[in-house]
Design a protein around this ligand. Structure first.
Ligand SMILES: [Zn+2]
Ligand SMILES: [Zn+2]
Length: 337
């Protein structure tokens, strides 16, 4: 079967691999669509903090069931969405029903080979029905669920003022779900093109382009109160440190994106606000369900988010090209027929 392999940083190759045999507890899925995300670009560029090459990337996956074990509740031909966060099922986080932050989590396409291939064995519990979603839409559920999870972590309530920092795909997802949760949403980014795109997609959101006036503009906009919840989706140390200063007294800062660095903050500033600073990692079935039902209810401009497409066979040419189109690229979805 066909597989696209990241052989080493900067090198993608088409390979012919053996089709996996169905294992117990697993479902064999024919992969149909693969979303490409920042993680894949980092793996390709060699900037991912922990990664062994060669690796078959691909964790934003949809497909159809082609083979099941006799005890399976799925049927051949079912359209499915893959939750790529494989938990151990035993650790303290798993015991607390937080498999998204399992202490020995394995992520398809990162720690183990993922879905840039024709067939993949997936544990049955990691598959959710895609029902009426197209394969491309279904492959976009995973990245949106990251934002939905961040919003849930932030416990956003109707009427809350929410600032999303970073208008990349994860930030856009967070902004969309913050709005669905009833938040009054503003989005901040360095890049004016990204802000223009973000406010056209997230109707009613206020956009701020980061410059020397941002602090006073945000102060005016919030009547000096700042935001009930700040959702940071930058993965940038400086941005994350300044996200904290936009949190209101009694408010919350959620770090959705991770940075391989130390974040520092001023303790009196933090204490005076009795601020919560919390992490948000991956997503759970509940978040996938939220995303799936929001797409079904036409609450997400799902097709507008899919800015780039390609056939999997062309990915070794396309992926390096997309690296240079980050201003206009929201979500690239690769298909396999
Ligand atoms: Zn992703
Ligand atoms: Zn675990």
């Amino acid at each position: 079967m066909l597989a696209v392999v990241c052989v080493e940083p900067g090198k993608l190759a088409l390979e012919d691999r053996d089709e996996p045999a169905l294992a117990s507890g697993m479902v064999k899925v024919k992969i149909r669509s693969i979303g490409i995300c920042g993680t894949d670009f980092h793996i390709y560029e060699g900037s991912h903090p922990f990664l062994e090459y060669p690796r078959v990337m691909g964790h934003e996956l949809s497909g159809e069931v082609v083979e099941v074990n006799s005890d399976s509740t799925l049927s051949i031909g079912d359209r499915v969405i893959v939750n790529p966060y494989l938990p151990c099922g035993k650790c303290i986080a798993c015991r607390k029903e937080k498999p998204n932050c399992c202490s020995s989590i394995r992520v398809l396409g990162v720690h183990i080979d993922g879905g840039m291939t024709e067939f993949l064995n997936v544990p049955e519990g990691q598959l959710y029905p895609a029902n009426d979603l197209t394969f491309a839409q279904a492959a976009m559920v995973e990245f949106l669920s990251i934002g939905a999870h961040g919003v849930r972590r932030g416990e956003i309530k109707s009427g809350d003022r929410v600032l999303v920092v970073g208008a990349g795909p994860i930030g856009l997802g967070a902004a969309i779900f913050a709005q669905i949760a009833g938040g009054s949403v503003a989005i901040l980014d360095l890049n004016s093109a990204r802000i223009a795109g973000a406010v056209s997609l997230v109707k009613g959101a206020k956009g701020f382009v980061l410059d020397s006036n941002t602090d006073s503009e945000i102060g005016q906009y919030t009547n000096g109160d700042m935001f009930d919840v700040v959702l940071d989706a930058t993965g940038n140390k400086r941005a994350m440190e300044s996200s904290i200063k936009y949190v209101a007294h009694g408010g919350t800062c959620v770090f959705i994106s991770v940075v391989k660095d130390k974040i520092t903050f001023d303790d009196p500033f933090f204490h005076a606000r009795e601020m919560r600073i919390i992490g948000s990692r991956n997503a759970t079935k509940q978040d996938f369900d939220t995303v799936i039902s929001s797409i079904k209810n036409s609450m997400i401009p799902i097709d507008l988010l899919n800015t780039h497409t390609a056939d999997l066979r062309d990915l070794p040419q396309k992926l390096p090209q997309w690296l240079g189109e980050q201003d206009v690229l929201i979500k690239a979805v690769v298909t396999l027929n």
